[in-house]
Design a protein around this ligand. Structure first.
Ligand SMILES: O=C([O-])CC(=O)C(=O)O
Ligand SMILES: [Mg+2]
Length: 591
């Protein structure tokens, strides 16, 4: 048996091998090349690969039928596999055929999750090579349904569960996770999963899905990703009454009890992984999301995807749309339906961009932006009863109680839905937009598809094909009057993988708003003339890895400029550097 294995590109970091697993052979060393980020470059590294039966059951190293004859000999695999030897490409072809044979999206999702647990590299190869087809399977909209049914579809838990039971022991719990070198954590408390509300502990599907995208779209090594769900209970009575519910069976803890647990988690994370680990807050309810971000953004490397990631992707679409609409951002009027994390986050980033580009004071720039919440247009006469994050948007105006009234009176050129409530861009509303604007820009951002404010078909037909339409969840191209319209997917999936990767490769220690602007700019610059001609304001997702490398480079560049990067010296060509650091799922040779 050979004990030294070939040096490889795209090394995958340490892997913990069960020392008792001696079935069919021993444990071997694999040597790898330079690893992605600075902290991983410090020491030469080795990975251990088990042999025989254990190797086939290790998802990080299993290759299934793609083990070569020589590998089968040297790794005690003879007889454990059928005789045929496959290539990774043939495996991809076979699995895509099998996934396409399922009619029910959730069955496709389960097939993908089972593949991830069986053969990680094949899972990522499939996802990367078929990103437009498989994103709706592992991500919105299907991941929403998967979370709703999480308890019954999972045989093996994924990610790390930290509940109130672990209070006082969170550091120990982190040490139970098999990987030690973590670069990105996505954490939720499950209280606002997409637009589906409180799904408690079953929200775990979201951090798992987001991190799969970190590796497939952004290039962060899978073993450096940690999905976390904080379980402080749920206020979803249906779940509490369900005998199979997998989470804590109690109402949500709030106030000090909640914030103490989050504080313990955040300090344990820093203590265990250092200050360069990125924590992405995901799908927290409004009442905690803003406060957690404000509390930790000055002491930890954190961002909130729903506030900041969504803002960055929408801003990119708006900047790109100016090529179709003309004028500058400051020439437009923006109306939001929904004044939570996404609505106010996007609004603030638009105002910041206008103010940065034109020297208009931020306060003035905000006046171009109006928000409607469940009580109607947010106006200054309502100021006292407003939550703090809505206050900057309370302009002087008479109260208007409906969205339709607001559209007719405010006359926006851009209408953005971030309410989490489906079907709220009614025919009247969309027609009112079309009456005011030659090319109304309509974004129906709420997820999953069931919560979209309107469909692509509605946006195009109700505006007689004049709308520029984007949505949070994907819609198919739509044919209207013999013309094909391609809706954009204004989803933070365009941004967070590249943003996070840029932070990781520069060794950034804080997230700054200017990095979000840099990410937006990079994304908007990927929209070409050819896309504009098709009415597109986002580039195709098929090119997302190249796009992510550009976003990462722009974000890293900003981190260096702001003195927030610790990976020194700064690489001369950041795009090349980002590309060279990206995880690729090509099989490694074990000979
Ligand atoms: O997960 C998505 O598709 C986008 C997102 O962050 C949300 O809707 O909360
Ligand atoms: Mg989210």
């Amino acid at each position: 048996m050979e004990s030294r294995l070939k040096r490889e590109k795209d090394a995958d970091g340490e892997s913990v091998v069960d020392p008792t697993s001696t079935v069919g052979g021993g444990v071997e060393d694999v040597y790898g090349e330079d690893r992605a980020s600075e902290d991983l470059l410090v020491t030469p590294w080795t990975v251990s690969v088990a042999s025989g039966y254990t190797l086939l059951r290790d998802p990080h190293h299993n290759k299934g039928l793609a083990f070569t004859e020589r590998e089968r000999d040297s790794h005690y695999l003879r007889g454990l596999l059928p005789p045929a030897v496959s290539t990774q490409e043939l495996q991809v072809k076979k699995l895509m055929q099998s996934i396409r044979s399922y009619d029910v999206p959730l069955h496709k999702y389960v097939a993908m999750m089972e593949l991830q647990e069986r053969n990680e590299r094949l899972f990522y190869k499939l996802l990367i090579d078929n990103v437009e087809e498989l994103l709706p399977v592992v991500y919105t909209p299907t991941v929403g349904e998967a979370c709703q049914k999480y308890g019954s579809i999972f045989k093996r838990p994924q990610g790390l569960y930290i509940s109130l039971k672990e209070k006082g022991k969170i550091l120990e719990v982190l040490k139970n996770w098999p990987e030690r070198s973590i670069q990105v954590i996505v954490v939720t408390d499950g209280e606002r999963i997409l637009g589906l509300g409180d799904l408690g502990c079953q929200g775990m599907g979201i951090p798992v899905g987001k991190l799969a995208l970190y590796s497939a779209l952004g290039g962060v090594r899978p073993s450096a990703c940690l999905p976390v769900t904080i379980d402080v209970g749920t206020n979803n009575q249906k779940l509490l009454d369900d005998e199979f519910y997998i989470g804590l069976r109690q109402k949500r803890a709030t106030g000090k009890e909640y914030y103490d647990l989050l504080e313990e988690f955040m300090s344990a994370v820093k203590q265990n992984y250092g200050e360069k680990v990125l924590v992405q807050f995901e799908d927290f309810a409004n009442h905690n999301a803003f406060e957690l971000l404000a509390k930790y953004k000055t002491s930890h490397l954190v961002f909130n995807d729903d506030i900041q990631g969504t803002a960055s992707v929408v801003l990119a679409g708006l900047v790109a749309s100016l090529k179709l609409l003309g004028g500058s951002l400051a020439d437009h009027t923006f109306l939001f339906f929904g004044a939570g994390e996404a609505g106010t986050g996007i609004a603030e980033l638009i105002a910041l961009e206008i103010s940065t580009k034109t020297n208009i004071p931020l306060e003035e720039a905000r006046k171009k932006i109006w928000l409607v919440d469940s009580k109607g247009l947010i106006v200054s006469s309502r100021k006292e009863s407003l939550q703090h994050f809505k206050k900057p948007w309370a302009h002087d105006h008479k109260p208007l109680s409906t969205l339709l009234d607001a559209v007719k009176v405010i006359k926006p050129s851009v209408l953005i839905g971030t309410s989490g409530v489906g079907k709220t861009f009614t025919k009247d509303v969309v027609e009112a937009m079309a009456a005011i604007n030659e090319r109304p820009l309509i974004m129906a951002l709420s997820n999953p598809t069931s919560q979209a404010e309107c469909t692509a078909e509605q946006a195009y037909t109700w505006t007689e094909g004049r709308a520029i339409f984007s949505s949070g969840s994907p819609f198919d191209p739509y044919e209207y009057n013999g013309k094909s319209f391609i809706p954009g997917q204004a989803n933070n999936a365009y941004i967070f993988p590249g943003l996070g990767f840029g932070l990781v490769i520069s060794g950034a220690i804080r997230v700054h708003d200017e990095m979000l602007l840099a990410a937006s700019e990079a994304l908007a610059s990927e929209v070409t003339q050819e896309h504009y001609e098709k009415g597109m304001i986002y580039p195709p997702l098929a090119n997302i890895r190249k796009i992510s490398a550009h976003i990462a480079a722009n974000v890293a560049g900003k981190a260096y400029e702001l003195g927030l990067a610790t990976r020194l010296p700064r690489p001369a060509d950041l795009v090349k550097y980002a590309e060279s650091c990206m995880y690729t799922p090509i099989y490694r040779s074990y000979i």
